[in-house]
Write a protein that binds this ligand. Structure first.
Ligand code: ZN
Length: 205
């Protein structure tokens, strides 16, 4: 008991020797969007940790404060990435036709991407592409100044991808059926009146 009392009294006197800093819940930090405020906070925490490192280690609270400082740093980085992304989109919006470069390539789904050959041909999407639909489907049209044929690529949502598959299968079957029907009129299938009688009697006279 006696040693505990001493320990407590030492702990208290150590605690009193540091100028406290406001503790903020790291989860709460994720919701703060004021970058300037966060950067100021990060500076304060860095200074606080720097100054009181040994005391905080003795009190075993250093990890709590390190967690807060790291959460602030991470949130600042998150906001910086958001800013950079916005800047990127702004540049993209300035031009009427979007340049198809590596950045654009990575911003869209693989189904909507051009092939290497098409990129070389100079295809580019117009500003409001891709078109988006409520179900999740999307489509994109690419144009080029030298070639008149546009490229139209589609991305299907979970519901419509199944329907598209069925459509393609039926289309393949239909092609086969059409081919078979067209073969009726082939010359080799034509009835030769010298070899076989017609079912229409007047033709046999
Ligand atoms: Zn859809």
């Amino acid at each position: 008991m006696f040693t505990n009392a001493i320990k407590n009294s030492i702990t208290n006197s150590i605690k009193n020797s540091i100028k406290p800093i406001r503790y903020i819940d790291p989860i709460k930090i994720r919701t703060i969007r004021n970058k300037g405020y966060l950067m100021e906070l990060e500076k304060q925490y860095d200074e606080f940790l720097d100054k009181n490192q040994q005391i905080l280690m003795l009190l075993e609270t250093i990890y709590d404060y390190l967690d807060v400082r790291d959460a602030i740093r991470l949130q600042v980085q998150r906001l910086e990435i958001e800013d950079k992304k916005k800047e990127l989109y702004k540049n993209v919006k300035k031009e009427k036709i979007i340049k198809y470069d590596r950045t654009f390539h990575l911003l869209i789904e693989p189904e909507l991407r051009l092939t290497e050959e098409q990129i070389q041909q100079g295809y580019a999407p117009t500003i409001n592409e891709p078109k988006e639909y409520k179900c999740g489907c999307a489509s994109i049209r690419y144009k080029t100044q030298s070639i008149t044929k546009d490229i139209n690529l589609k991305l299907y949502c979970d519901i419509h991808i199944g329907k598209k598959k069925t459509h393609d299968e039926l289309e393949t079957r239909l092609k086969g059926i059409k081919r078979e029907l067209s073969q009726i009129k082939r010359k080799s299938n034509r009835l030769d009146p010298k070899k076989r009688q017609s079912k229409y009697p007047w033709k046999n006279v």
